[in-house]
Design a protein around this ligand. Structure first.
Ligand code: SF4
Length: 314
């Protein structure tokens, strides 16, 4: 019998995208509003390292680059006005995006998260962080919000290959990620993992290993990024010196399709390519155009007569 894409997606895509997930859950259009709450990162402030991960530009949000950060409420209201004028967004998620958004004492986190959730039409939070920057107290705080609101924790992992984590200078290993995911999932908080396709010295099989490992964990969503060579990063420098092999668009679309096939159908695909970074972008040229990349992935899946989860276990 032919396997068909799941009906519960209620979309015309070959994967379960975030917009459809939110529309199905809330019956409304929901948008994420990026917030820079002024956090730093232990991989930059010297406590774990000071050079950062090899692909990270370390500049923070545009607001931070411009000077003094406006209060969270002001950032959220500006974001709401932007989306209201351009879309039919009815509800918003405050996305604590810049650097490590659990890297502060619980009392500080509480006041920042409270402020975001007190804004009208903000129905939840998405908190980007590192797996080594959560503990039971922080997870408990986030779990309290999750009882009443729509709450995600987004963990950067990038690869489930230990050697890659070491080579990129992440400053934590696979075990810390798995531990953080299990602790977070036990408290009914939604989890999104970030991965990069095309990191140095990773084979197609390594990237599939990452996908299969994530598929086996209680993870609800994933962001898939292509490796970008950016000015001012160690990998950008390697690229300029001719020492950074990058994937072609066809290779990227092939590997992302492989990855999607093994991820479970309930896992929400929050992102399929990196974008932004226009002022420091070096390569690969194809990654400049997000739509071209998404179309290439959809074409590849369609040619295979495949979709997310077609080869997932269980
Ligand atoms: S953990 Fe995140 S913010 Fe910190 S250096 Fe790595 S990529 Fe940059």
């Amino acid at each position: 019998m032919e396997v068909k894409k799941p009906d519960f997606w209620k979309n015309d895509k070959l994967y379960y995208d975030l917009k459809s997930y939110w529309r199905n859950l809330f019956g409304a259009t929901v948008y994420k509003l990026p917030v820079d709450a002024g956090f730093t990162c232990p991989n930059r402030d010297g406590s774990k390292g000071s050079d950062g991960c090899s692909y990270c530009d370390g500049r923070g949000s545009q607001l931070r680059q411009n000077g003094i950060l406006p209060p969270i409420t002001q950032q959220i209201e500006a974001g709401k006005n932007f989306y209201r004028l351009r879309t039919n967004a009815e509800s918003f998620i405050a996305y604590f995006q810049t650097f490590t958004n659990t890297y502060a004492p619980v009392s500080v986190l509480k006041s920042l998260y409270d402020e975001a959730l007190s804004c009208e039409k903000v129905i939840g939070l998405s908190i980007g962080t590192r797996p080594d920057c959560v503990d039971e107290k922080k997870i408990s705080l986030i779990a309290d919000y999750a009882a009443q609101n729509h709450i995600w924790v987004e963990y950067g992992i990038q690869s489930m290959k230990e050697e890659t984590l070491k080579a990129t200078g992440r400053g934590h290993g696979v075990a810390e990620f798995v531990d953080a995911v299990e602790k977070t999932a036990r408290r009914n908080i939604l989890i999104c993992a970030h991965i990069i396709i095309g990191l140095p010295n990773e084979s197609r099989e390594d990237m599939l290993h990452t996908a299969r490992s994530l598929a086996a964990l209680p993870i609800d969503g994933i962001k898939i990024h292509s490796l970008l060579a950016l000015q001012g990063t160690p990998l950008g420098e390697a690229y300029l010196q001719g020492g950074l092999p990058l994937l072609t668009l066809a290779e990227y679309a092939t590997i992302v399709s492989d990855v999607l096939e093994v991820l479970p159908s309930h896992m929400v695909i929050q992102r399929l390519t990196a974008d932004g970074y226009k002022d420091i972008f070096l390569a690969p040229a194809w990654a400049r155009n997000k739509l071209t990349v998404i179309n290439a992935i959809e074409r590849e899946l369609s040619q295979r007569n495949s979709f997310q989860g077609k080869k997932a276990k269980g």
